[in-house]
Design a protein around this ligand. Sequence first.
Ligand SMILES: Cc1cc2nc3c(=O)[nH]c(=O)nc-3n(C[C@H](O)[C@H](O)[C@H](O)COP(=O)(O)OP(=O)(O)OC[C@H]3O[C@@H](n4cnc5c(N)ncnc54)[C@H](O)[C@@H]3O)c2cc1C
Length: 395
Amino acid sequence: MSTHVLVLGGGYAGVMAANRLAGRDDVTVTLVDARPRFVERVRLHQVAAGTHGGLHDWAEVLGERVRVVVGEATHVDTAHRRVGLADGTALTYDHLVYAVGSHATDGGVPGAAEHALAVSTFEAATRLRAALDAEPAVPVVVVGGGPTGIETAAELAETGRAVTLVCGGVLAPYVRPHARRAITRRLARLGVTVLEQPRAAEVRSRSVLLDDGRVLDGLTVWATGFAVPDLARRSGLTTDAAGRLLTDETLASIDDDRVVGAGDAVAPSGVPQRASCQAAVPLGARAADTVLAHLDGRVPEPVDNVFLGQCIALGRRAAIFQASRPDDTAVALHVSGRAGAALKEGVTRQIVAGLTREARRPGSTRLPSSASARARTLARADRVTSALPQARVSA
Ligand SMILES: Cc1cc2nc3c(=O)[nH]c(=O)nc-3n(C[C@H](O)[C@H](O)[C@H](O)COP(=O)(O)OP(=O)(O)OC[C@H]3O[C@@H](n4cnc5c(N)ncnc54)[C@H](O)[C@@H]3O)c2cc1C
């Protein structure tokens, strides 16, 4: 008899999980996503600048055996193994992969939700594109000094737009000082004004007020980090404080091991990995392997993926690759300039190519792993949720 796995969310994690699961003849896979096409989310700053379309047909990235349902999940009913959709229909499952990703957070800053634009979802990036097209000369204030803010500021400046980047702290906090200096130089060459310390205190319809009293005119783009959908919390599943599904180290929900999480929306042991496609892809593969282990009565393997670094595009002609230890802490090596741009573009293409490969040959993705890297991350974490159950096997 066939087992039905429902994958909620068709981002990097969900697509990887669905493709991997579809390799088993005794498993049927349905992927539910709110959008009619796959969004290449790491290119959304390019969508905003008009340098990339950011979309792929589902058939390009998913295996033939994966059924796609376009719809928004509104509730997970674990007691009846059923997911309700916004159109009033419901889908049942034997096992569920929860991979609903993330979106922008406004950080509670007054006016941000009403007036700021963003690049964190396809719809937000498209709205920003339309706003820029409507006013070719309007300056832009990007709020957020992390990778998303930097990439957006550089991409827009390269199209000739006047851009100010408000960091609210140190620019590119992940990278080492040498790499930071290279980013600063490139942003200066693109004409981006970088304000490191001030924070945005209030967003207005055509300006932003900084906490040092300055007012900057223009469109505000909010890029201060990601929040996750509250679907798990609303459905009564245990989450961390930010709303990520709380799981054990094998990605199984601590409430119900028929629910397995992956990507930005999951917090294994209460210690989430960096919100990134770099983590989402291996977590998707691991989530699929955990479901298959449960089906076979095996104890699943724990999370053990490694990080390679952080790659930040600085327009189309330059980028920074900041190398890291496997536990996601930066080291003294970086690549910049055109070599960095070539690396960034190559890696970005490889992500979609990797999903496509897994669609053609499920189970073929081999990812670098290190149990000791994850152990170091857990040891470093302020607070690991205690008393989590050990990995379990579904009855
Ligand atoms: C501009 C930008 C640049 C980035 N650059 C990089 C980078 O260079 N490197 C890197 O590693 N990371 C980068 N990231 C971060 C990366 O894109 C995310 O961390 C990654 O997409 C997370 O993958 P995911 O599969 O968990 O979720 P997502 O890619 O967010 O996918 C989640 C999916 O779930 C669907 N969904 C959500 N809720 C529901 C629901 N209720 N019902 C149905 N479907 C639902 C959504 O439609 C979406 O398709 C970037 C992000 C942005 C915005």
